[in-house]
Design a protein around this ligand. Structure first.
Ligand code: DGT
Length: 259
């Protein structure tokens, strides 16, 4: 049933070439003009960057479901999110989604202002919504320790956040925004295991229960809870399906999650 599909990718491939090929071509021409031998590194880098970062990926996600994207470092998880966001244009295949996206990057961008402003990010303050998000992201305890609570200024002259606080602030910002599709890129970076577990439960599973979500995570516990799993390896789809299918079809899958 197409009407319940929030996101669909059909045989999508993409590369991050971004003019790297042209750049090295220019260096090659300059070396030639200056009578310098061409640097082998340029060929190496050209091949490295023009290699597709995602190859023939297909998936669909129904409204209200959670997709976990897993895989070792550099396997293309962030690139997949960038592609859904429209930042990375597929060289082949089709992407279809039906609306507004909220994106939580691996390192959230923080501008000068109060902590509350950083979470609202230009949206109006709704007390009930704000409080539930803050609770689910366990930011309440952090705010309680600050002299001006969430009215404390960030950056210039204010507090600096720890990596874990920054990660939770980024998650809170993404969750506060009303959207049809949420893209959470490694939202638990810098968090200890207990906090990670609690935030996954309270925020990603409970508060966001009715939301269509893509979570970049390689934690086994998270994969078990997801409706669908995409396991990437060097840009290839190593596995796509449910957790029980993963266990049956790829019994050795955990070796790919360690990187
Ligand atoms: P992670 O975050 O270390 O777990 O790795 P992944 O799985 O998120 O991998 P990803 O998508 O960040 O990187 C895959 C390849 O794409 C890697 O060779 C770096 C490259 N790449 C990622 N983002 C960009 C970008 O914004 N521009 C360019 N040119 N390349 C990128």
């Amino acid at each position: 049933n197409r009407t319940t599909t929030e996101l669909e990718l059909v045989n999508v491939s993409a590369s991050w070439d971004e003019g790297i090929g042209e750049l090295f071509e220019k260096i090659k021409q300059e070396n030639k003009a200056n009578g310098q031998p061409n640097c082998d590194a340029s060929l190496f880098f050209t091949n490295l960057y023009i290699t597709p970062v995602l190859k023939n990926i297909s998936l669909y996600l129904e409204k209200g479901k959670m997709l976990a994207v897993a895989g070792s470092t550099g396997s293309g998880k962030s690139s997949l999110l960038m592609m859904i966001l429209g930042e990375l244009v597929p060289s082949e295949g089709k992407i279809r989604h039906s609306g507004r996206i909220s994106f939580s990057p691996q390192t959230p961008w923080i501008m000068p202002g109060t902590i509350r402003d950083a979470i609202l990010f230009g949206l109006t303050y709704d007390e009930y919504r704000y409080t539930s998000v803050i609770k689910a992201c366990q930011l309440e305890e952090d705010f309680a320790l600050l002299p001006e609570k969430d009215k404390t200024l960030l950056v210039e002259g204010g507090v600096t956040l720890s990596g874990g606080q920054r990660a939770r602030l980024g998650l809170a910002r993404a969750v506060y925004k009303d959207a049809d599709l949420y893209l959470l890129d490694a939202p638990f970076t810098h968090l200890d295991i207990v906090t990670e577990k609690e935030i996954f439960e309270k925020c990603v599973c409970k508060l966001m229960a009715s939301k269509t979500r893509i979570v970049v995570t390689s934690k086994l516990e998270h994969l078990k809870r997801a409706d669908k799993i995409l396991l990437l390896h060097n840009g290839d789809c190593y596995f796509y399906g449910t957790f029980s299918e993963l266990q049956a079809q790829r019994p050795d899958f955990s070796s790919l999650l360690l990187g």
